[in-house]
Design a binder for this molecule. Structure first.
Ligand code: SAM
Length: 464
């Protein structure tokens, strides 16, 4: 299939129709395969999506929980979005940045970037997702690169922002090369919808209207040297089962072409936003379907990180952490300059309204109360473990020997720098409880020593 039409609407619709007739024996075989952490192909995924048998659905949830525990343990990676510019030339029906929506737009100056980053650093963040609308004149690639330089150049007593993931519009191979040169973490782009008629309808005008160009952005990112790419769809625009198959076929396309699929998958659900009316969207995804979809994606791509944002409420985030989510945002603002505005108690004007408004410390403390290890790890890309190198380590199970120690050392750093006495006590207990779980003896001893150096000598930034 040519690069541009690996998504075929008729084929996906046919698959979903045929999948309804999957035999019991075949579903059992698919579930057994998922249970062995072998991942699933898109035909198998279609069968799981369409089954209505509650026993099978129960098994899907239970396997998702097993995969989560076995591959990711109890670690949860934390990050925060940083919106740098809301100028946009696109007219997207779901987004408040829609150029037809009038409000005072702006982009951050480098001083404002520093102000936002300082607040994020005070929250303990080490990993951010940089976000911007699409506007070649107001927000050209050079501006994005300058923001990244500014952020990476900032050094604080407690460390620095060590990984910048970037979520900006589909661009050229040349621009991806530039992003790669300044040390992008993951290039994140949501297809929004794989269903082209819906894509054409909701993207009323602007460069984003070009479905094929948007769809092939990750191919160009790879050609530009970026091998960690993160996909997603905006659930609520089209049939969610169609979207999951689109995502999975996209993943298979990347595996075939570049030997590595998505590094992460995000699962944003449409939220109310200024300038749009959510009741006009006919495919909003209910909670039960959403949970099932997250679990099925977990079965399909067991080694791909799954990201959940504050679009979801506290209860849903808690539930989905058990079913496969491995990264969450905390203390987020979805507005340009939003962290400084929040600090000054100014009224916000977000890209969309978030549903988990707890502070970062509240979220991080609750994670520990629920026996998770909040992780601020950014080691993989700093150690060159990206793309297929990361995936082969993940698939062999060896990644655990680095993820667990890194999670514990970064939690120790966070606790030392930002925790009050009660927090420090909880974190110390979690660290002590989990160190024996590091299988490799040398790394276990090193982690124990580093934890002591962090908490007693004020040393920082250990990672393996
Ligand atoms: N401009 C970039 C692009 O063209 O893809 C992306 C940056 S945008 C700030 C990040 C994402 O926000 C979009 O890809 C979209 O999925 C999501 N988004 C937009 N409106 C939303 C809404 N009303 N509810 C939830 N997510 C929304």
């Amino acid at each position: 299939m040519s690069e541009e039409n690996f998504i075929n609407q008729g084929y996906i619709e046919g698959l979903l129709e045929d999948a309804k007739n999957t035999s019991d024996a075949e579903i059992q075989r698919i579930l057994d395969k998922a249970e062995r952490f072998e991942g699933l192909n898109h035909v198998e995924i279609a069968s799981l999506l369409t089954t209505k048998n509650s026993a099978y659905i129960g098994r899907i949830f239970s396997i998702a929980g097993n995969i989560k525990r076995h591959i990711y343990g109890n670690r949860i990676v934390l990050f925060a979005p940083l919106y740098v510019s809301d100028y946009c030339v696109n007219r997207c029906a779901y987004c408040s940045y829609n150029c037809g929506h009038e409000f005072g737009r702006r982009k951050l100056t480098m001083d404002e970037i520093r102000e936002e980053v300082k607040i994020l650093e005070q929250m303990g963040h080490k990993r951010i997702a940089m976000e911007a609308g699409e506007h070649d004149a107001e927000c050209p690639i050079d501006y994005i690169l300058e923001c990244m330089h500014t952020i990476y150049d900032m050094k604080f007593e407690n460390g620095a922002i060590r990984r910048i993931n970037v979520n900006i519009a589909a661009t050229t191979v040349e621009n991806f090369k530039k992003l790669n040169d300044v040390g992008i973490g993951t290039y994140i782009l949501f297809q929004e919808t794989y269903h082209q008629p819906t894509y054409d309808k909701v993207h009323v005008s602007g460069p984003k209207k070009n479905y094929a160009y948007h769809l092939t952005a990750f191919d160009r990112a790879h050609q530009g040297g970026i091998d960690d790419v993160g996909g997603g769809v905006l659930f609520g625009l089209a049939d969610p089962y169609f979207e999951v198959l689109g995502l999975m076929i996209h993943n298979e396309h990347l595996e075939k072409e570049f030997n590595v699929g998505f590094h992460t998958i995000s699962v944003p659900r449409l939220c109310p936003a200024a300038g749009m009316n959510i009741s006009e969207f006919p495919h909003l995804v209910d909670d039960e379907t959403f949970e099932r979809i997250v679990a099925i994606i977990r079965l399909a791509v067991p080694f791909t990180g799954m990201i959940l944002s504050t679009r979801e409420n506290h209860a849903m985030r808690k539930k989905l952490l058990q079913l496969g989510i491995s990264q969450i945002s905390a203390g987020s603002s979805t507005e340009v300059g939003g962290y400084a505005k929040r600090k000054r108690n100014e009224e916000s004007n977000p890209q969309f309204f978030v549903n988990d408004e707890r502070t970062a410390p509240e979220i991080i403390t609750e994670l520990m109360d629920d026996d998770y290890i909040p992780s601020f790890c950014t080691a993989c890309y700093r150690s060159g473990r990206t793309g297929d190198r990361f995936m082969s380590l993940a698939k062999s199970g060896q990644i655990k020997n680095v993820c667990l120690p890194n999670a514990l050392m970064t939690l120790c750093e966070y606790s030392t720098d930002y925790g009050d006495a009660a927090f420090k006590e909880k974190a110390a207990a979690i660290i002590a409880r989990n160190i024996p779980g590091i299988a490799n003896e040398k790394i276990r001893i090193k982690t124990q020593n580093n934890v002591e150096k962090i908490s007693h000598n004020g040393e920082r930034d250990f990672y393996v």
